[in-house]
Write a protein that binds this ligand. Structure first.
Ligand code: MF3
Ligand code: CO
Ligand code: CO
Length: 336
């Protein structure tokens, strides 16, 4: 086989066999058996966005809560010497325990139950036998399908202690994401999210990925609206109560161009510079936005949440209700 021009130091390692969910009690998405999603969400045009009922939002909340619990458990397991395959095993089992199917598993043929994107990997890193090393940064991206609805979230984890340049990248990535989410409320244009992100990270000396975007989510994993994380003029509609979607910017130290590996999933930067990402599943409410995958009582606080200029502590949304909830969670976390 001709050698592939890998951009950085990360290489594919050995993958364990793909899992199959056999539990009768767990509802599976339509692609679980053959890898092909059939239901596309019925959106005919980019600005046509589903408005979910209160009952559907409750189900999304439940799926988001499970995704959050699994992300926190997977994140706590991250340490030097651990393989990303071991993280995937934990994620798979903890999802099942909660009655959820791991949405990535066999989605367009994806081989594993979550994505683990290390250092220069922008997204869609496949869990394998690579051992995490001191100084690695890793995005753990968890999507859980519970009773017919997906909840999708991701967060960064640092193996060992972050150095100055790592702190700067993670802080800028977190802060642009917070700024973008804080902007959201009924009537705003989805396309404006990208400008907020690009303007902020450019000022901080970083770049934003154009090849991958956020998305509408619900009973379908990826649907309208398309959430672009760069300045754009796409007619992607306006925010309305009951819309559910993700914001998941991928921010890079050098080039934001993507190089896809022969595995047809793993996307790294072309120059080997590192990339970071955060993601929430969000819902527009009558007066703002709330995170359906927001942190919970047991969630750990990370340094970027403590040191942010834009929001200190947990961020659960910009409504009065969610700000109060977040403040309470944060003060409990600080006492722990
Ligand atoms: N969770 C990813 C997202 O944020 C999608 C992963 S799809 C997979 O949209 F097939 F790579 F798992
Ligand atoms: Co997503
Ligand atoms: Co995701």
């Amino acid at each position: 086989m001709p050698s592939f021009p890998y951009a950085g130091a990360i290489r594919p390692a050995e993958q364990s066999p793909q899992k199959i969910v056999i539990e009768e009690s767990i509802m599976k998405p339509d692609y679980a058996d053959d890898g092909m999603p059939k239901n596309r969400g019925g959106a005919l045009l980019p600005w046509m966005i589903e408005v979910k009922s209160a009952k559907e939002i409750e189900k999304m909340k439940a799926a988001g809560r499970v995704a959050r619990e699994v992300l926190d458990i997977g994140g706590r397991a991250i340490k030097a010497g651990m393989t990303t395959d071991e993280i995937d095993n934990i994620v798979h089992e903890e999802g099942l325990k909660r009655g959820a199917y791991p949405s990535p598993l066999n989605y367009h043929g994806f081989p594993k139950s979550c994505c683990t994107s290390v250092n220069e990997v922008i997204c869609h890193g496949i869990p394998d036998s690579r051992v995490l090393e001191d100084g690695d940064i890793i995005n753990l991206d968890i999507t859980c399908y519970l009773n017919g609805y997906h909840g999708d979230c991701s967060e960064m984890f640092v193996v060992g202690e972050p150095d100055g340049s790592t702190k700067k990248l993670l802080q800028a990535t977190y802060d642009c994401w917070i700024l973008a989410m804080e902007f959201c409320q009924p009537g705003k244009d989805y396309k404006e999210i990208g400008a907020i992100i690009e303007d902020y990270v450019t000022k901080e000396g970083f770049t934003t990925v154009r090849n991958f975007c956020g998305h509408g989510i619900g009973s379908v994993f990826h649907t309208s609206p398309n959430i672009l994380h760069y300045r754009n003029n796409e007619p992607n509609g306006q925010m309305a109560p009951g819309n559910t979607f993700t914001i998941e910017p991928m921010i890079c130290e050098g080039s934001a161009k993507a190089l896809t590996w022969p595995d047809e999933w793993t996307a790294t930067t072309v120059d080997g510079g590192r990339s970071a990402q955060f993601e929430h599943t969000l819902v527009i409410t009558k007066d703002g936005i709330e995170a359906l995958t927001g942190k919970i009582e047991s969630s750990p606080l990370q340094f970027w949440e403590i040191e942010s200029k834009f929001h200190q502590g947990f961020w659960l949304g910009n409504t009065e209700r969610s700000r109060e909830k977040a403040a309470k969670l944060t003060s409990n976390a600080e006492e722990r």
